[in-house]
Design a protein around this ligand. Sequence first.
Ligand SMILES: [Zn+2]
Ligand SMILES: [Zn+2]
Length: 119
Amino acid sequence: MNENKIVKIHCIDCGSVFTAKTRKALRCEKCKKEEIYRKQKEYHLKERLKREAAKRPKPKASLNDILKELKQYNEDHGTHLSYGQYTVMLSNAEHCVCCGAIIPEGRQVCRRCELKQRG
Ligand SMILES: [Zn+2]
Ligand SMILES: [Zn+2]
């Protein structure tokens, strides 16, 4: 007698019994279609997110961050720079020879390092 090649399989998704020609089949026809559809959707979603991420400009330092830095800078250096002065200074900044911190023009070390050196 010929071996019956039709096997009964429980669909791993919906649990319904279906017949197939191979035990390798995992899903019934309906779920197989849904699986393909879902994968396509996932793929398109990923592609869309990738495209959108590529379009998005890189985050710049927000005004708040700069103002926070400015406040810290003024505290560290005993200065009273305005936002405008600070941004101008950043664009042609001098750096502390000790720690690399941004310092006002005409100085070589920041206030912190100066205090450290004095002991
Ligand atoms: Zn199914
Ligand atoms: Zn320094």
